[in-house]
Design a binder for this molecule. Structure first.
Ligand SMILES: Nc1ncnc2c1ncn2[C@@H]1O[C@H](COP(=O)(O)OP(=O)(O)O)[C@@H](O)[C@H]1O
Ligand SMILES: [Mg+2]
Length: 236
């Protein structure tokens, strides 16, 4: 199995305290990784480093056949890897305009952008909210708009920071459904979460952050999980 990206020797200290000391973090292509860890263990710090938003003290990145320092890799990873905040920031504009924002900025024509936004809204089952002010949405709806806004930019890896914290169970289901759709389209996903059960069924791997380092807890590609279930059914 090939990796989308490998991060090696990540080290990060903040205010003189070691936060991360990770020898190797591999992100397999087209898989979903669950990242757990106690509050303050460094999940947000790690996801921000991975997406090029926060400069570590050191890190080497293997990406697309190149071995790069974090600084050298930054332009590539900022283009292909999107970090989603726990409480996504949406502009004081309609849902459709929020989703299209990145396209307008990238210089897409108005009609091409409009077409893509309509398709994206349909993909996310959000068409009924297209003209609603983004500021009036519930937390769960905001998160789904943020996922849709990220998807329209065709990321290769989407990093979600505790996306389902403080959501009710319906909103959790809808968010996890969108992540499942993204994964089936080939987008690699990493989700930090305290709530393993929300995401565990779509996660191929479970990593745990503890004592500044990453531990692999489980690696069962979810396609294998389906195969195992089918095999079990046949035997019964
Ligand atoms: N800007 C900062 N300056 C100093 N310490 C920080 C800063 N940001 C985060 N930290 C510390 O880094 C540690 C990891 O934080 P964080 O990555 O937010 O953890 P998590 O997301 O797992 O809760 C915590 O101890 C936090 O207090
Ligand atoms: Mg955090």
């Amino acid at each position: 199995m090939s990796n989308l990206i490998d991060y090696k020797n990540i080290s990060m200290a903040l205010s003189g305290n070691t936060i991360l000391k990770i020898n190797h973090l591999a992100i397999p292509a087209h898989q979903c990784t669950l990242l757990t860890g106690k509050n303050g263990s460094g999940k947000t710090t790690l996801l921000k480093i991975m997406s090029g938003l926060l400069k570590p003290n050191s890190a080497t990145i293997h990406y697309q056949g190149l071995e790069l320092s974090w600084k050298q890799a930054k332009p590539y990873i900022q283009k292909d890897i999107i970090y989603l905040h726990q409480q996504p920031y949406l502009f004081d504009a309609s849902v459709a305009d929020n989703i299209g924002y990145g396209l307008y900025r990238a210089g897409e024509s108005k009609s091409a952008a409009h077409h893509k936004v309509m398709q994206a809204l349909d993909w996310a089952d959000l068409t009924h909210l297209a003209h609603r002010s983004a500021k009036q949405l519930s937390g769960g709806e905001k998160q789904r708009v943020a996922v849709t806004r990220a998807r329209i930019l065709s990321p290769r890896l989407l990093l979600l920071d505790e996306p389902t914290a403080s959501m009710d169970s319906d909103a959790k289901k809808q968010t996890s459904l969108l992540l499942q759709r993204l994964k089936s389209e080939g987008v690699s996903i990493m989700v930090s979460s305290h709530e393993m059960h929300t995401i565990e069924h779509i996660a191929d791997r479970h990593l745990h952050l503890e004592n500044h380092d990453i531990k692999l807890i489980r690696h069962t590609p979810s396609s294998n999980k389906v195969t195992l279930l089918n095999t079990t059914k046949k035997k019964l």
